[in-house]
Design a protein around this ligand. Structure first.
Ligand code: PLP
Length: 379
């Protein structure tokens, strides 16, 4: 029987409990049964995100949620700050350009995330910028910024703080209202451990005011329509019904023993992977102060051909890691520790990585990464 273990940062592993929910016959969305589910899922997502404001559900991948944020906040000709420390930060810049606004691009060296000092400076230089777009977990480099400090500063400005949390939600801590995040975008297929199909946008009061004041052209992703529907516990168009039903269960599962505990477990898995990499003579790409708990990018010497390692792991052994993107193409392998991934999945992934590294001629003691990871898991 062929194994298919997804240790990729989206889509991520879907647990059996949720496969069972996803396998049920569809129900109609204009029914009291579905409305009850919507009511619960909105409430549960608000708790998970840490907001008492609006949460909207879109039928889209994560980029749809990002596009909704840009299209609803920014008018043509507006200035917006986009922060780039990886491939997904670059997507904010492309979106702002697509909407005929002017991106002020703050480039941060790959391997770390932006600091509050850098945000302060770029806003001081561009006081007319309407929003700052950044990434909570930059999936291409596996870094995360100190969002609480950045949000605390952004609260004192007129500009909105818009966060791509597509790979962060569920795994990285977030207290949207306390921290001062204005728009929080995510999707169903990463930390929320489901197939792709639901985009999530949470909007603060400050963001809602900007959304209603904006004159930009919008239709499917018009968040004014989503807000109006939300008041009736509804969505403006047909939602991704099956995934929304499973999303309600997924969020409940994540929060069952307390989300803090779950997120501490993700951090432990991350620390186990960092120790494992070092134990076999490899290094973690992200700088220690900025490492994400959702995934790790491990540097692989080019001579060992990381792309080929990923291919053999997937095609021969049924264990999928991700390769590198952009600048890191052909330089790293990425392993996710988000959603439904647990310590035994990590150990399985590491043992397979050891096997293919050994075959590629890398010198290390077999089992060393497993021992290092086990030490962290048992500490
Ligand atoms: C996966 C991801 C996205 C969105 O990708 P989709 O393919 O549209 O779901 C955006 N940002 C980050 C950080 C991601 O990891």
């Amino acid at each position: 029987m062929k194994r298919n273990l997804l240790l990729t940062p989206g889509p991520s592993k879907v647990p059996v409990e949720l496969c069972e929910v996803l396998g049920k016959p569809i129900i109609h969305h204009r029914t009291p049964q579905f409305q009850q589910i919507l009511k619960e899922v909105f409430a549960n997502l608000k708790t998970l995100i840490g907001t008492s404001s609006d949460v909207y559900l879109l039928a889209s991948s994560g980029t749809g949620a990002m596009e909704a944020a840009v299209g609803n906040l920014i008018n043509p000709g507006d200035k917006a700050i986009t922060v780039e420390y990886g491939k997904f930060g670059e997507r904010w810049t492309e979106l702002v350009k697509a909407y005929k606004a002017t991106p002020i691009v703050l480039k941060v060296a790959w391997g770390r995330a932006v600091t509050v000092e850098e945000i302060k400076k770029v806003l001081a230089d561009n006081p007319d910028a309407k929003a700052v777009f950044l990434t909570q977990c930059e999936t291409s480099t596996a870094v995360t910024p100190d969002l609480a400090s950045i949000g605390a500063f952004m609260k004192t400005t007129h500009a909105a703080l818009v966060v791509d949390a597509v790979s962060a939600l569920g795994t990285e801590p977030i207290r949207m209202d306390d921290w001062g995040v204005d728009v929080y975008c995510s999707g169903s297929h990463k930390g929320l451990m489901l197939p792709p199909g639901v985009g999530i946008v949470a909007a603060s009061a400050k963001a809602i005011a900007m959304i209603s004041a904006s004159t930009n052209v919008r239709f499917y992703f018009d968040l004014r329509k989503a807000r109006k529907a939300l008041a009736d516990t509804d969505t403006p168009f047909t939602p991704a019904i099956g995934i929304v039903i499973a999303l309600n269960e997924a969020v409940k599962m994540l929060m069952a023993d307390g989300i803090d505990k779950k997120q501490a477990y993700y951090l432990k898995m991350a620390q186990a992977v960092w120790a494992a990499a070092e134990a076999i003579g490899l290094s973690v790409y992200a700088q220690p102060a900025f490492r994400s708990r959702a995934l790790t990018a491990i540097m692989i010497p080019e001579a060992l051909d990381p792309k080929k390692l990923v291919k053999i792991m997937r095609d021969t052994h049924g264990i999928t890691f991700a390769g590198g993107q952009g600048e890191l193409d052909g330089k790293v392998v990425r392993i996710a520790h988000m959603g439904a991934v647990d310590e035994y999945d990590i150990l399985t992934g590491l043992s397979c990585l050891e096997k293919v590294l050994k075959q590629a001629g890398h010198k290390f003691e077999l089992g060393a990464s497993l021992a290092a990871a086990q030490k962290v898991f048992n500490s």
